[in-house]
Ligand binder design. Structure first.
Ligand SMILES: [Zn+2]
Length: 360
């Protein structure tokens, strides 16, 4: 992934650090410098942040390994200053599975808190309470590290269980609703609930001058909308075949024609072409970008065969549309021929596909 650094691969799942992650340490140094804290508080603060991010990594593995139990793979785990995210390849289809996957993250933080709590009570003089006269002093004593980590895990549990996307609580709410209704309806209700929470966060943040909360509110509005749209989209696409978006082959280009002829064939609606050999079989594909490249190079007398791409696969006309969209995205296809009983019946291009997806 762009802008990330792989730091480890555990359980076959790579963990990436977002480029902005080291900013936290710059921020710690800046903070330490500003309050003239000396080396020890900076060291304590750094160890504290590393510990919290380890807790976040474990939280994400909670999601990822539970998802694996239900046959869902995790592409990667990405850590950024505002938290972690385990990118699952898909959401488990059964609501109860989604519920357990969503709960598994906060459950890890609960386990850490339940582990630390008795240890602190038993072995620490002040138990779970800080040993400090002022807020600043919290970070000048190593013995405060335990309560700090415990407290942050408790905050992580509460924060993550707020029933608003993209927090885990939003998924918990959606999966509980989906046990009683369709997934689309459940997501719509969860989306509306998220808007209420975002509104509350925003007003609260403004009123108390806590602008991070305002930022989170905006984040909730944007991500919950993406979730609602993508579920709506998936529902609209489900059950449809590629034939629904197939168009007739209006222009036939041949491998031995020149690029000049390809330019002549370009129209507002036709920018991707199937390329045929003289037996009228598909031999390749030609994209708008390739044609423009040839024009920029003033290489218009070359054959189309020189510029065509061989990256395509024929689809059968009853091939599921949702799979086709995924393949277009994964392999960067521009156009594919569509066949029925091995006979070419039409084509599907990326522009038509994008227009359709946008229209839902
Ligand atoms: Zn989570």
């Amino acid at each position: 992934m762009k802008g990330t650094l792989k730091i480890a691969t555990l359980f076959d799942i790579p963990v990436f650090l977002h480029w902005s992650f080291p900013l936290i340490f710059l921020w710690i140094l800046f903070l330490g410098y500003q309050i003239d804290a000396g080396l020890q508080p900076i060291a304590i603060l750094s160890v504290f942040f590393v510990s919290i991010f380890l807790c976040v990594v474990l939280h994400e593995y909670g999601h990822a390994l539970t998802a694996r139990k239900y046959g869902v793979n995790t592409r990667d785990i990405i850590l950024s200053p505002i938290g972690g995210v385990a990118r699952l390849e898909r959401i488990p289809s059964r609501p109860v599975e989604e519920l357990l996957v969503a709960l598994a993250g906060p459950a890890v933080n609960l386990a850490i808190a339940l582990f630390l709590f008795p240890l602190l009570l038993l072995f620490r003089e002040h138990g779970i309470f800080f040993q400090a006269e002022s807020d600043l002093e919290i970070f000048s004593q190593w013995s405060n590290l335990g309560p700090l980590i415990l407290g942050t895990n408790v905050v992580l549990i509460i924060f993550n269980l707020v029933p608003a996307f993209p927090m885990d609580g939003g998924r918990v709410l959606r999966s509980l609703l989906a046990m009683k209704m369709t997934r689309v309806k459940a997501t719509k209700i969860a989306f509306i609930v998220a808007q209420f929470f975002a509104f509350g966060f925003f007003i609260w943040g403004l009123y108390f001058g806590n602008y991070i909360l305002c930022f989170i509110a905006i984040f909730v509005v944007l991500t919950s909308r993406v979730e609602w749209k993508s579920v709506q989209r998936a529902a609209a696409i489900k059950g449809q075949a590629v034939s629904a978006l197939m168009s007739p082959i209006r222009t036939k280009l041949y491998q031995d024609q020149s690029m000049r002829e390809a330019i002549a064939a370009l129209t507002e609606n036709e920018k991707y072409f199937l390329v045929f050999d003289r037996n009228d079989s598909v031999a390749g594909v030609l994209f708008y970008e390739f044609i423009m490249h040839a024009q920029a190079e003033q290489d218009l007398d070359s054959t189309i065969g020189k510029y065509q791409s061989n990256s395509w696969n024929a689809f059968k006309s009853d091939y599921p549309l949702e799979n086709a969209i995924a393949i277009f995205q994964q392999r960067g296809y521009g156009i594919v021929p569509i066949k029925e009983n091995n006979v070419l019946v039409g084509q599907l291009d990326i522009n038509t596909l994008n227009r359709f997806v946008k229209s839902i």
